[in-house]
Design a protein around this ligand. Structure first.
Ligand code: HAS
Length: 548
């Protein structure tokens, strides 16, 4: 552990990362099982009674990879980035320790029913499928723990601001704390769903539940959660990657504007997941569709700013011509390569997202494998691969060791990209061309068409390649911690300098109040009427179902 005055913070980060990677390790094993099942090779039968069904495996895969890996990695990473960027330790360290303990206890509580086949409700846990109450309470504790840790970081930023009146918040700390503020507001939906609907229902205190109200509260959080996954990556793409490329952050004001727009626009868009749900007026669905196009805008700003920042790096390294600077970027550095390739993949995932956002186009692809292709390009590739790239400097920093075998890490990164490209392309095609349903044990479906088979085999090849690449990632991380040499030079968090002095950034881009007010007003306008209607007509009559 580095001797830099951040001993506790770095220990906390290491614990978060350890749990995140442990979850990813377990969750990853179900990927090949699913794609093989789809291609006609069912290995699930051989795992009984440990794993009792395809749907138990799919639930473990989604919860461990999409919910646990991300949440633990993000809270650990943002703790690290905030204190290092502000160059001050946590203001109330005990708060962050308590938050972490609550998260870990919640994870244990949710993991037991999942492993015992008492929570095979997939990662969106839509009622009327009903899990054990421990699953819901455990997940709630994970969220509450992340809130406590977030509050710890808010106090830390406030202490820094008090000591530095009038100074612009360093960009990395600004982006990190803003991500957590957005998360805190966004996760109120899922907290309400858990506390008022799912927990009392699963404990038998109320006889039934209202699936539509539950889904609406879920998606209040369920869409912004994708930006909770994405924004830490943007912290790195804007604030760190330009430095790794030898360049500078092209525009500090544009970077901050993108983050503020994410705060304001991430939440009032959740109904685009419910275009096909009855009981919600198309007026509100239409408004959420328009706002979904608006929330794509800060990603377009990001594409422009980050590419411009990388171009500065490529040219500083001797690149010339229209595209010649791309070749001179540090592709041999696995941390850089992972994140630059993640961006490239994200461009495709983003285009898919914009297609999904269209009310009528979504009716073609909704609930098909297209959506699985979309979210493996976004969270499964852009986010996960960026986290992998970050781990390639963060783990060596925390362990005080050199990265074990950079050449193995390069192989890992490129094989991940290849595997994910094959997997996602075939899923997009199967969903769009044939309408193949998602969340289905396709290998056992009586309607399985021979036309699908070549694409399902391609998906299986891609999925297995991604799994193998992730196994290599775990080997590299473990070997870095336990078998690598002590680092010969200090490995610091990369911090990109801005092209122009951040002191020139307008003050309104470093002021919380107007943006928080805009966020709350927009949520009230876009969610107030549909939620009020659903609550006024609440119908707690749906009993819990266990179809497994
Ligand atoms: Fe999505 C469904 C719309 C982004 C994740 N999405 C999902 C689900 C997940 C998910 C998990 O409107 C499934 C949920 C479920 O289980 O039911 N999504 C969007 C839109 C965007 C978007 C408009 N999604 C994401 C991100 C995710 C994510 C980010 C995870 C991290 N999504 C939808 C919709 C649905 C949906 C509907 C519901 C569908 C249904 O029917 O159920 C936008 O935010 C995307 C904007 C992004 C861009 C790309 C910008 C490009 C950049 C990179 C530039 C760099 C380059 C490389 C080119 C416009 C920033 C340069 C490199 C060099 C080396 C030079």
């Amino acid at each position: 552990m580095a001797e830099n005055g951040f001993r506790l913070e770095e220990k906390l980060t290491a614990w978060h990362l350890g749990i995140a990677l442990g979850a990813l390790f377990l969750g990853t094993w179900f990927g090949p099982l699913q794609v093989l099942q789809h291609a006609g090779i069912d290995l699930y039968g051989k795992l009984a009674p440990g794993i009792q069904s395809y749907y138990q495996g799919l639930s473990l895969h989604g919860v461990l990879n999409a919910l646990v890996y991300t949440t633990f990695f993000i809270t650990g990473f943002l703790t690290f980035t905030t204190v290092h960027s502000l160059k001050r330790p946590l203001a109330i360290p005990s708060l962050n320790v308590v938050g972490f303990v609550v998260m870990a206890a919640g994870l244990l509580m949710a993991a037991v029913p999942l492993l015992l086949n008492q929570a095979s409700v997939l990662y969106t846990f839509y009622p009327p499928l009903q899990a054990s109450a421990f699953f819901y309470i455990g997940l709630t504790l994970v969220v509450v723990g992340s809130w406590i840790e977030a509050v710890g970081l808010f106090f830390t930023l406030a202490a820094w601001c008090n000591a530095h009146p009038g100074v612009r918040t360093p960009f990395i700390a600004f982006g990190s704390v803003l991500t957590l503020v957005m998360w805190l507001i966004a996760s109120l939906g899922i907290a309400a769903e858990m506390l008022f609907l799912l927990i009392p229902w699963s404990l038998g205190w109320v006889k039934g539940t209202d699936p539509l109200l539950a889904r609406t509260l879920f998606w209040f959080t369920g869409h912004p959660i994708v930006y909770f996954w994405l924004l830490p990556v943007y912290v790195s793409w804007y604030g760190m990657l330009p430095k790794q490329a030898g360049g500078k952050l092209f525009s500090d004001p544009l970077a901050r504007l993108a983050f503020w727009l994410f705060l304001v626009l991430s939440i009032p868009v959740g109904l685009h997941h419910q275009f096909a749900d009855p009981g919600i007026s198309p007026v509100w669905k239409g408004l959420h569709m328009i706002l979904t196009y608006a929330v794509a805008f800060p990603s377009l700003v990001t594409a422009f700013t980050v590419i411009a920042s990388l171009e500065l790096g490529g040219r500083a390294r001797g690149g010339s011509g229209l595209f010649g600077w791309i070749a001179t970027l540090p592709w041999k550095d696995p941390s850089f390569a992972a994140q630059a390739l993640a961006m490239l993949i994200f461009a495709f995932g983003g285009v898919g997202g914009i297609i999904n956002a269209s009310y009528n186009m979504d009716l073609v692809v909704h609930n098909t494998l297209w959506i699985v292709g979309h979210f493996h390009l976004t969270v499964g590739a852009a986010v996960a691969l960026s986290f992998i790239g970050i781990a390639y400097w963060l783990v060596p920093h925390l362990a005080g060791k050199n990265l074990w075998s950079p050449s193995a890490a390069r192989i890992q990164v490129w094989s991940f990209v290849l595997g994910m490209a094959i997997f996602s392309a075939s899923h997009h095609f199967l969903g769009f061309r044939y309408g193949v349903p998602r969340r289905t044990m396709l290998g056992a479906a009586p309607y399985l068409s021979p036309d699908w088979h070549p694409w399902l085999v391609a998906a299986a090849i891609g999925g297995i390649l991604v799994w193998a690449s992730l196994m290599l990632h775990f080997v590299i991380v473990l070997a870095t911690v336990f078998a690598s040499r002590k680092s010969d030079r200090p490995i610091e968090m990369p911090v990109a300098e801005a092209l122009r002095d951040p002191a020139e950034t307008p003050a309104w881009l470093d002021a919380w109040t107007p943006w928080l007010v805009a966020t709350i007003v927009l949520i009230a306008l876009s969610y107030g009427p549909p939620l009020a209607h659903l609550i006024a007509n609440v119908d707690l009559s749906s009993p819990g179902l266990r179809v497994w």
